[in-house]
Design a protein around this ligand. Structure first.
Ligand code: HSE
Length: 301
């Protein structure tokens, strides 16, 4: 019996955007392509971490549907996003798994529900939401639901990304974040996360640097990545409006004008190398497009 292959394209993301810990994120114009094959023939278990996450999301989707998955499911990547770098690779895998299972089952769930499957596995929606819907997203949990609204952003904004060779496991990077914060620090971050969204939509890029000044996680995570604040400094000196640790790291994202993207990327890479570390850069844009099912086909086993 032929199998069905569902190919899903999902954008990489950058979460937190400085002070918006666990609630702000944006989609990057950099897409992974994941093909899930559904058939009757049982598959060898995979050791690939990303593929395992896709399969877990598929099982979670079936469990939400209260249906039994077919015996043979496998996942493979066409283009992938590096894992453990803070580019939303886990959200990409989980969104892809949820969408692929939903497509195969005839779309019983809305995209909103598929996003919730992915965000539940993530533990927060700041990567899953922009990965599913694109753009800049504010996403909060509310009694088990995800409430989210896209924020306005300028069409010509460029995001320079420094991608260090070393990874930072989200699990470890979350351990260094305190369980509680002083009133002063909470007020500091709440105000700046709100300022970021308002400044972005008003085109007040002069405020973005202050808006990304965070007290919840970046200083703490710099203990795992000591040159972090020096990299922020050179990014700003090279013309970035603001820079932040992308998600739980190790990438650094910088919000730039059209012209400053490349010099900012070069300055960040040079500072990383001066600190004895290696990496690479990319200059991209914010993607208005989120995840999409790109292709469904029947394939022979
Ligand atoms: N908001 C999350 C964090 C993103 O900073 O830990 C990574 O999953």
């Amino acid at each position: 019996m032929p199998s069905t292959a569902v190919t899903v394209r999902v954008p990489a993301t950058s979460a937190n955007l400085g002070a918006g810990f666990d609630c702000l994120g944006l989609a990057l114009d950099l897409f992974a392509s994941i093909t899930v094959k559904f058939g009757d023939t049982e598959q060898e278990p995979t050791n690939d971490v990303g593929e395992k996450m896709v399969l877990t999301a598929i099982r979670a989707t079936y469990s939400r549907l209260d249906r039994t998955p077919p015996a043979g499911i496998s996942a493979s990547y066409g283009v992938s996003i590096p894992l453990g770098r803070g580019m939303g690779a886990s959200a990409v895998a989980r969104v892809a798994g949820a969408l692929a299972a939903n497509e195969f089952e005839g779309r019983p769930l809305s995209r909103e529900e598929c996003m919730a499957v992915a965000a539940d596995l993530e533990g927060h929606g700041d990567n899953a939401c922009p990965a599913m819907f694109g753009g800049v997203q504010v996403c909060v949990t509310d009694n088990g639901r995800y409430l989210h609204v896209p924020a306005r952003f300028p069409a010509d904004a460029t995001i320079a990304i420094l991608i260090p060779d070393h990874s930072m496991a989200t699990k470890d990077a979350r351990k260094v974040v305190p369980d509680s914060f002083s009133k002063e620090d909470a007020v500091h971050n709440v105000g700046r996360a709100a300022l970021f969204v308002a400044a972005l939509s008003a085109g007040r890029f002069d405020l973005l640097d202050a808006a990304t000044d965070d007290r919840f996680h970046q200083r703490q995570r710099a203990s795992l990545f000591p040159p972090l604040f020096d990299i922020f400094g050179v990014a700003r000196a090279a013309g970035a409006h603001a820079a932040w640790l992308s998600g739980a790291g190790s990438c650094v994202a910088a919000f730039c004008s059209e012209e400053s993207g490349r010099p900012v990327a070069a300055a960040m890479l040079q500072k990383l190398q001066e600190s004895g570390m290696a990496g690479r850069t990319l200059v991209t844009r914010i993607s208005r497009t989120g995840a999409e099912v790109a292709r469904v086909e029947l394939v022979e086993d």
